[in-house]
Design a protein around this ligand. Structure first.
Ligand SMILES: NC(=O)c1ccc[n+]([C@@H]2O[C@H](COP(=O)([O-])OP(=O)(O)OC[C@H]3O[C@@H](n4cnc5c(N)ncnc54)[C@H](OP(=O)(O)O)[C@@H]3O)[C@@H](O)[C@H]2O)c1
Length: 361
């Protein structure tokens, strides 16, 4: 094997994992494809391995069609398949906490990680420090651009500003595609519960929309951005306002649909108060002075987060050079194709950084 070919192990073949395999398939026989070799690909039902390289398109079909089984792939299995030589990269396209918890081990073993999953860097501070420590100790890289904004240049911009000597003063953003859509649509004519059902049917929310409405996903996103901005805060230090009333939180999963109407009255009142002032409701995450909070806000025209549309993410960053007028980044912040592209951007960067480091050694 050429020393410049990176070996890849892919975990997860859901929306994002399959899009990664499709993109790798399109690259076969091109200069980009020649730089990468897929040696392992797995979901919870099937693990495929070939040191000479798997065909991404065929792997996608086999993984998608694999029957339910107890033969779950293991992280150790993927590490073994990557071998011990050359540039090795684990790609995490799961939403699995166990996989996320093992990334520091992987990085300590000299394997780079590219992940779309927020559970590694967006949960406990100890886990984030273990990842950072393993990277520093072994010179490995942790690619996380797919975790927030599905690859929108958010983490990149924050890191480049800091590398250029700026301090990050504040970050504020609409970071959930589903909640962005809901509050862009919510004008008082249609009850909020009806919009939630519509969003769920279009695939904008999780199957149980309470997961989006709880704000927990946004908590992880602002934590990842805050840590990249130099604020080492822990998960419990983010103050999150859940939109789910206690009664709705308590109902069984199968009864959620009927109980969604519990959202209508309180949110109609919030909308009326905002509209009276000519403002709109947005679900916003903010980091300022090292403190983070996530909540429903009433934003007036002129606010940097007021615009946008559809499921777009919109994030404003204030720093030394963007002191009065923030840098505003807006665009599709979810979707399998953009997320897969961001994961593979990370893979290509990790490969070139590793080769540059090896050359300099
Ligand atoms: N979808 C988006 O727009 C988007 C955007 C940004 C970030 N993300 C993140 O990307 C990740 C994947 O999202 P998704 O939408 O593709 O999820 P998904 O459709 O639920 O797919 C998850 C995949 O992970 C597999 N898996 C779970 N545990 C595993 C393990 N231990 N080893 C190997 N495979 C395992 C599942 O296997 P089975 O198929 O056998 O169940 C499934 O194939 C999530 O962390 C999500 O938050 C998604």
């Amino acid at each position: 094997m050429g020393d410049d070919i990176a070996r890849i192990a892919l975990l997860g073949s859901g929306n994002v994992g399959l899009a990664v395999l499709r993109r790798l398939g399109e690259w076969q026989g091109s200069p980009l494809g020649d730089r990468l070799r897929l040696v392992y690909a797995a979901n919870t039902r099937l693990a495929l391995r070939d040191p000479a390289g798997l065909d991404p398109v065929r792997s996608a079909a086999l993984l998608a069609d694999a029957p339910r089984s107890d033969a779950c792939s293991s992280h150790a299995d993927a590490i073994r398949a990557l071998g011990t030589e050359g540039v090795r990269i684990l790609v995490d396209a799961t939403a699995d906490a166990g996989t996320a918890a093992n990334h520091a081990v992987c990085l300590s073993a000299g394997i780079h990680v590219a992940t779309a999953c927020k559970l590694a860097a967006g949960t406990s501070l100890d886990q984030w420090r273990a990842i950072r420590g393993a990277c520093a100790e072994r010179g490995t890289g942790f690619g996380d651009r797919a975790t927030v904004g599905a690859g929108l240049p958010l983490l990149r911009s924050i890191r480049e500003l800091r590398a250029g000597g700026d301090r990050i003063h504040a970050i504020a953003g609409v970071m959930s595609g589903s909640l962005a859509w809901l509050f862009h649509e919510f004008a008082g004519r249609t009850p909020f519960s009806e919009l939630v059902r519509k969003a769920r049917d279009r695939g904008f929310t999780e199957p149980d929309p309470r997961e989006d409405l709880s704000g927990e996903d946004v908590r992880r996103k602002i934590l990842i951005l805050a840590r990249a901005a130099g604020f080492e805060i822990d998960s419990h230090q983010v103050d999150v306002e859940s939109l789910v009333p206690a009664k709705l939180a308590a109902v069984a999963r199968e009864d959620v649909d009927d109980a969604l109407t519990l959202l209508d009255e309180p949110l109609a009142a919030r909308l009326a108060a905002a509209s009276f002032l000519g403002c709109s409701l947005r679900f916003v995450a903010r980091l300022e002075g090292g403190r983070a909070r996530v909540r429903l806000e009433s934003l007036c025209p002129g606010d940097p987060l007021h615009g946008g549309g559809g499921t777009d993410n919109r994030v404003a960053i204030w720093s030394d050079r963007y002191r009065n007028q923030p840098l505003v980044i807006q665009g599709p912040g979810a979707g399998a194709e953009v997320t897969a592209a961001a994961l593979l951007d990370d893979v290509l960067h990790l490969r070139s950084d590793a080769l540059r480091t090896a050359l300099a050694a």
